[in-house]
Design a protein around this ligand. Structure first.
Ligand code: BMA
Length: 774
């Protein structure tokens, strides 16, 4: 029999028992719908949609119109339950807790038929005291309420005034009132994503039992003392002391590579206790700092913290510590009104080049650490150094930040509020307070996170009056805004994390927003803070249309994903640009027309007599258009770093919208089914549609294998713009793609993400260039 028993700590000395035991409740649970007509097994961590799919009760949720067909799943109220025997003698333990690392979202929890608590926030971690209800054999039940129904109820109960928007635009085919529930905001639909408001236990769940005392939390941050020119480390540990007497002992902090070992005496009084330690790193020792990718190494140091407490109780923690400083510089610029807005890492100004990150899947149980590694490795391979974790998604899993630390990717971390106004009644604020305090503790030791931002676009929504609020009512909403982001979230950040700056929103005017009472007349100003810029009408080859801003944290253009990506979730009748399917997948009003309009400015639109050929060529052309537009705009921001023109400039960041996709649909993403579009540099002297003398290029490839990598030796019969290599559904990444081929031969590498063979690649290989359409 496999016991899910993990012995975490053992008391030293003869004849003693363990001081803490943990019993995992991962694995098989039973799931039941509201009226009991459906009962099925389901995995934890997981969600109802995944369980239904695994049991063959629903098809792939991303297939064709299934987002609408399976709406019933999110509208039902499901129950997760499990019976289990604890494989150790539970009565011997002074304190027993049920720990839920993530519950999605609204549930009532029963343990041995006794209600032990409720949840209403998928971003919080819950701990319930079950000492008095736990037995050797137990039952647990999480009775979920549909997040959609809950959000509607909460909105209805908010009678004093409306908190807009009520519903997303119709074209998004989503659910309403998402701003009333602390859940991934884009799970009710977005302008690039479907509506799948999942239910389930989406993170780890376990029982922990302990005597004497227990380390609940451990977090730390390195702080540089400028005047003393030395590094210190602040370590914070949170204990639950269940012994009736104080528990004394020593803490030994060791960072061997920095020749640091310090011992502290502590005494923990009964109850919840916080221990704060301050470790000084001697000036005489060289500390190698953590640098972003492209600027230096990502050096980290192994640290152990050993608590040797009374009665032989030993608790040991180990972690990697990275040292770096980050400053957000807002200072006057010669020749330009306003203030700069840029980051100094370790005292060195750095241009942030990168993209925006959204959740990698609607169903988080499908987001593996392997997938994260592949995506994040692509980020650094494309020479980016920054990702913004956008506020309409989730605080990412630990592995995401660990990988960013390791790879040198700076993270701009939004709190999870986006494109909406939010309520501020006490229940909502309490839930947010718990969420924010927890997320700060969980994430603050990651050097990769260089800034916290209160929300996505909510200052702009308010001040640009997206929701048509009357002038007389505006103060109510401004007050709510300040209550939530300034009086609550900002205060929590200031109290919990001194190692990185905080801004209230993105876009914002930074110091100018503060000066204007936390909301600026125009949060998108070119003279302060960051901007978000979208323009689908102007010609994107004309750099004069772009804002010469201090920092562009969002900009972009849509394209369609490759045919091989779409093929898997569609059927033959869907394969035209104006099919019901193509319209259904487009969640941005007018998006399909905008893409053709923009492409038509410089390219001849596909005119094949074969409808499938036309569809494939149109998809290809939207991708070429997107690549060109993002290239032109990005290069403009990069150039603007070193100039002031018309009193504007000194741009220090360019993060395009968006890196990844959540499903197979048109969007602003540059990575779709795991392929990387990586532009090289060139300058066209005219639009390709006016170019004369382009002849059809015959491009061939000889594929060979070198270890895990495949080599594509390409040969072309003519100059070929926008050469696109495609290996169908084989996941992997080309070293370059979408390039201009002016030389006769070129070698490109293919890095597969799953085992494949030369034969398989040869079968799936397809190459397109602009000359195929002309
Ligand atoms: C910005 C983002 C997202 C959106 C994108 C494209 O507003 O913050 O909300 O998906 O533009 O429209």
């Amino acid at each position: 029999m496999r016991l899910h028993l993990l012995l975490l700590l053992a008391l030293c000395g003869a004849g003693t028992t363990a001081a803490e035991l943990s019993y995992s409740l991962r694995g098989n649970w039973s799931i039941c719908n509201g009226n009991g007509s459906l009962e099925l097994p389901g995995a934890v961590p997981g969600c109802v949609h995944s369980a239904l799919f695994q049991q063959g009760l629903i098809q792939d949720s991303y297939y064709r119109f299934n987002d609408l067909n399976y709406r019933w799943v999110s509208l039902d109220n499901w129950t997760y339950s499990k019976e289990f025997k604890i494989p150790f003698e539970i009565s011997k333990w002074q304190k027993v807790n049920l720990i839920l690392e993530g519950v999605d979202t609204v549930s009532k929890i029963l343990f041995n038929e006794v209600t032990i608590g409720e949840t209403d926030n998928m971003f919080n971690r819950y701990s319930f005291d079950i000492t008095n209800v736990v037995r050797d054999v137990n039952s647990i039940e999480l009775r979920f309420q549909s997040a959609v129904l809950y959000a509607a109820q909460q909105s209805k109960a908010h009678t004093r005034y409306q908190v807009p928007p009520d519903c997303p635009p119709l074209v998004q085919k989503g659910e309403c009132h998402v701003n009333f529930v602390r859940k991934e905001q884009c799970s009710f639909s977005w302008d690039w994503g479907p509506s799948f408001p999942t239910q389930g236990i989406w993170k780890d769940v376990r029982i922990e039992a302990y005597n004497i005392c227990h380390l609940n939390y451990f977090t730390f941050s390195p702080i540089y003392d400028k005047s003393a020119q030395e590094w210190n480390l602040e370590i914070e540990s949170t204990f639950d002391v269940v012994s009736s007497k104080p528990v004394g002992g020593q803490v030994i902090v060791a960072i061997p590579k920095l020749q640091t070992q310090q011992t502290y005496n502590i005494e923990l009084q009964p109850g919840k206790r916080i221990v704060e330690l301050f470790v000084n790193i001697s000036k005489n020792i060289t500390v190698e700092t953590w640098w972003p990718h492209g600027h230096g190494n990502q050096t980290g140091y192994n640290m152990t913290v050993l608590f040797e407490l009374d009665g032989g109780l030993n608790i040991e923690k180990s972690a990697k510590v990275y040292f770096r400083t980050v400053e957000l510089i807002e200072e006057p610029i010669k020749g330009s009104p306003g203030l700069s807005f840029y980051f100094k890492i370790n005292g060195f100004p750095i241009f942030l080049k990168g993209s925006n990150w959204i959740p990698a899947d609607s169903f988080q149980d499908r987001v593996t650490s392997e997938l994260l590694r592949l995506l994040l490795q692509s980020v650094v391979d494309a020479n980016m150094n920054t990702l913004r974790v956008w506020g309409g998604g989730i605080y990412e899993q630990d592995e995401f930040y660990e990988l960013c630390d390791e790879l040198g990717i700076m993270v701009w971390q939004d709190f999870m509020f986006a494109c909406a106004l939010y309520p501020t009644d006490q229940g909502f604020l309490d839930s947010v307070t718990a969420e924010v305090a927890y997320q700060i503790k969980r994430l603050k030791s990651h050097p990769s996170i260089i800034i916290w931002s209160g929300n996505n676009e909510n200052e702009e929504a308010l001040m640009m009056n997206w929701y048509h609020i009357s002038f007389t009512d505006r103060p109510i909403y401004i007050k709510d805004y300040v209550t939530l982001y300034v009086k609550n979230i900002r205060e929590l950040v200031l109290a919990g994390d001194k190692s990185r700056p905080f801004i209230t929103s993105s876009p914002t005017n930074g110091a100018e927003t503060v000066a204007e009472g936390w909301v600026s007349q125009n949060p998108n100003s070119n003279y302060f803070g960051d901007v978000h810029f979208y323009d689908y009408i102007s010609d994107c080859w004309n750099w004069k249309v772009f804002p010469k801003a201090r920092f562009a944290s969002e900009y972009g253009y849509q394209s369609w994903p490759s045919f091989s990506t779409l093929e898997k979730v569609s059927s033959t009748e869907d394969w035209s640009f104006n099919s019901k399917f193509s319209l259904h997948r487009q969640h941005h009003e007018g998006g399909n027309k905008q893409m053709l309009y923009q492409a038509g400015l410089h390219f001849k639109l596909p005119q094949s007599t074969d409808p499938l050929r036309t569809f494939k060529d149109t998809i290809y052309l939207t991708q070429v258009m997107q690549a060109q537009c993002v290239k032109t705009e990005t290069e403009f921001y990069r150039r603007s770093r070193s100039e002031i023109v018309d009193q504007q400039g000194h741009t220090m960041g360019a993060l395009y919208w968006q890196l990844n996709d959540i499903w197979q649909a048109p969007s602003w993403a540059s990575l779709a089914d795991h392929e990387l579009l990586s532009p090289t540099n060139y300058h066209f002297l005219s639009s390709p549609k006016e170019a004369v003398g382009l002849c059809k290029a015959q491009i061939t490839a000889i594929i060979s294998q070198q270890g895990d990598v495949f080599v594509f030796d390409l040969e072309t019969s003519a100059v070929a713009p926008f050469v696109w290599l495609d290996v169908g559904s084989i996941p992997g990444r080309f070293s370059d793609n979408g390039f201009l081929m002016t030389e006769k031969t070129r070698t490109i590498l293919f890095y597969p993400w799953e085992p494949t063979s030369k034969n398989e690649l040869e079968r799936s290989f397809h190459v397109t260039s602009l000359t195929d359409i002309y």
